[in-house]
Design a protein around this ligand. Structure first.
Ligand code: SF4
Length: 682
């Protein structure tokens, strides 16, 4: 093969919210190497997934032609037949039962343009706000905490801003494995600049090992110790009085709400000694800049939104917004979970977070799309499953999410899919979810299309087509465009830049977003003004509430939804591994990655292992109130006492057979971490 056959194409990683960008070297469909050089989020770094996790693109399991279920089996079909069937059945169900009898799940693995089109399809073609994406599984509570207090739900600054902090507090985030390149930059600032690092987690992971202070609160008690820090700081007069006077409302109400949260009360609930909390409060109050990073260890509890709010309250009373080295950083999980919500694939908001109840916003989008838009917020992911069981939701269209594995209480979700009148799944593999479908549409992964992703820093970046779609698979934006046309809405897009152009023209948050401004490795952090000026740091002058002031928001603590008892006596924590992504559909099909973690395991503390007579490598059965799975034991002091930990990516032994249907009280984000199990040796 000649040298000139080698192509170098810029793309953005499809695995996590850090948003590493790099050039992919290819010859035909062979990926020769991944070379990071000037990524705005990652510089010259990637992690193992970004570097080696691409075999799935050419895997023999890729879907390459549409499938239609007939007599209980799939048969191959042409696009014309498959799209014709989907359009006809959607129209029939809408006409017979109304538009709210259909539900739509967009993918946070897909591009911004595709998220925008999926919500436009639900709202503008079908006429329902029943549209959601997987931010419902993870970061909606964090967004809610920020909506309440500072208005924008995104990270306050960029990764570079985190590096400038005097103190970084990480709560409920295994950052070194879930957001590896971002973690590397925190490690560097800690080691080279003397940045203080404080970690609060159940598990002694790598960042905890490196921390100056590591605390292990009892499960589901973060709100209590965080609120105790706020109360102590206010009691001691250590708050930022000038910042509060000039920029923040609600101090009186917050102070009153904090009355129960003495250090002693916090110790009794969380198990963290009062002296440790006092020292921590002093550190936070006396630091020149504090960034708080948090993830699913906070959000996937029944009080996830309220704990996220308590984090923002703490930042506000200490004046830690609006400057480099300060702010709130809910670390987004999927590569485009930020963008999927930004571009409107959520129940209650049009693109740019305009509420569907806002008549002016509805009129703006309605005129742009030539339709009248529905006003009532739709069903979220969790509510859709219940509505299927209730016989109210008749049809679903799921793009790129393996809900049958990743939704909590997975067996309940799978039984809902069996009840649907008509089920369409669009994906790159015949996922567990797709196996329930009536029609499966073969989609193209990120390297086979153009578009943009938004990373955890609100940074919009372009990806270019590295290779053409495999077989007869197609980019999601093209499939949606063709489907809309068959339902009487000829959108006419021929390239994703046209979709972004339309979205930007209708959405003030993205007014200046334009493919020309995103050429190559260029990027923009929203809000982007019409002249292209972007916003690396939020809230430098005002908070985007009408009076320009932030709002302290009182919150209360309630116990986790599920606590250990005599029958289910152990707490099971769950999360990511460095090498794996989510349910593993892509990483398990990448040889180099899969060989590193070929099976699943459950971590047991040495003391629990001794008590139960279990050794490294023993096999155990874990049983919750919903079901049972089996796993190999790994004895490690990363966990302590009666705490267990298990990765979330096994297809064979999926953790969500165990998790329940309880959710965050505000957002319906599954409380994956409120989970009790029994353990038996097999
Ligand atoms: Fe970067 Fe995340 Fe991809 Fe790793 S998985 S290369 S940290 S974007």
């Amino acid at each position: 093969m000649r040298k000139q056959d080698v192509r170098r194409t810029k793309t953005v990683c499809t695995y996590c919210g850090v948003g590493c960008s790099f050039e992919m070297w290819t010859r035909g469909r062979d990926i020769l190497k991944v070379e990071p050089s000037e990524g705005p989020a990652n510089g010259v770094s990637t992690c193992v997934k970004g570097k080696f996790g691409w075999d799935f693109v050419n895997h023999e399991d890729r879907l390459t032609t549409p499938l239609i279920r007939e007599n209980g089996r799939f048969r191959e079909a042409s696009w014309d037949e498959a799209l014709g069937l989907v359009a006809r059945r959607f129209a029939e169900i809408r006409d017979a039962h109304g538009p709210d009898a259909l539900g739509f799940i967009a993918s946070s693995k897909c591009t911004n343009e595709e998220a925008y089109l999926m919500q436009k399809f639900a709202r503008g073609v079908i006429g329902t706000n029943n549209i959601d994406n997987c931010s419902r599984y993870c970061q909606n509570p964090a967004t809610t905490g920020l909506f309440r207090t500072v208005s924008y739900g995104g990270d306050s600054g960029g990764i570079a801003s985190i590096e400038q902090a005097d103190l970084v507090l990480i709560v409920g985030s295994n950052t070194a494995e879930s957001h590896p390149v971002l973690a590397t930059r925190v490690k560097r600032a800690h080691k080279l600049r003397g940045q203080q690092l404080v970690v609060a987690d159940l598990r002694k992971h790598e960042m905890a090992e490196r921390a100056d202070v590591f605390i292990r609160p009892r499960p589901g008690t973060d709100l209590v110790w965080l609120s105790a820090l706020s109360r102590y700081i206010l009691d001691q007069g250590l708050e930022d009085k000038a910042f509060l006077a000039e920029r923040v409302n609600g101090l009186y109400e917050l102070r009153a709400s904090l009355a129960p949260f003495t250090l002693e009360y916090a110790e009794s609930v969380s198990g963290i000694p009062a002296n440790t909390l006092r020292d921590l409060a002093e550190r936070v109050a006396h630091s020149s800049g504090v960034c708080v990073l948090w993830a699913m260890g906070v959000t996937q509890h029944c009080g996830g939104s309220d704990t996220s709010t308590a984090i923002s309250n703490l930042l506000l009373i200490t004046g830690n917004y609006g400057r480099p080295g300060t702010g709130a950083y809910p670390l987004r999980g999927h590569n485009n979970v930020q963008g999927a919500s930004d571009f409107g694939a959520i129940t209650a908001f049009l693109p740019g977070y305009s509420p569907v109840s806002d008549e002016t916003a509805r009129a703006r989008f309605g005129q742009g799309w030539g339709v009248t838009l529905p006003e009532k917020p739709g069903l979220d992911n969790h509510e859709m499953v219940d509505a299927v069981h209730a016989g109210e939701l008749k049809s679903m269209y799921v793009i790129g999410e393996d809900m049958a594995l990743v939704d909590s209480n997975a067996l309940y979700v799978q039984s809902a899919f069996e009840k649907l009148d008509f089920f369409v799944v669009q994906d790159i593999f015949l996922s567990r979810t797709a196996q329930f479908a009536d029609v499966v549409l073969p989609a193209a992964p990120s390297v086979e299309k153009e578009g943009t992703f938004s990373n955890t820093e609100r940074r919009i970046q372009r990806l270019y087509e590295v290779m053409p779609p495999l077989g007869d698979s197609r980019p999601d934006w093209r499939i949606l465009t063709e489907l809309a046309e068959r339902l009487g809405r000829p959108w006419g897009y021929t390239h994703p830049s046209e979709i972004m152009g339309e979205a930007a023209s209708l959405t003030p948050l993205f007014a200046g977003v334009d493919y020309a401004r995103l050429e190559g490795f260029a990027s923009l952090q929203w809000p982007v003004a019409a002249d292209g000026t972007d916003t690396p740091i939020l809230f430098t002058e005002r908070f985007p509430f009408p009076d320009g002031r932030a709002r302290l928001h009182p919150v209360e603590w309630v116990e986790p939804a599920e606590l250990p008892d005599l029958s289910y006596d152990l707490h099971l924590n769950n999360g990511r591994l460095l090498e794996q992504f989510h349910e593993g559909n892509m990483t398990n099909r990448s040889r180099g990655i899969h060989s590193k973690v070929p099976d699943t395991f459950v971590e047991l503390s040495p003391e629990l292992a001794q008590r139960r007579g279990v050794r490294d490598g023993s096999r155990v059965r874990l049983t919750s109130r919903r079901g049972s799975i089996e796993a190999r034991v790994l004895v490690t002091d990363r966990v302590q006492g009666d705490e267990l930990y298990m990765p979330m990516n096994s297809v064979e032994e999926p953790i969500n057979v165990l998790t329940g249907s309880h959710t965050d009280r505000v957002t319906h984000t599954p409380a994956y971490k409120d989970l009790s199990v029994s353990l038996e040796v097999i």
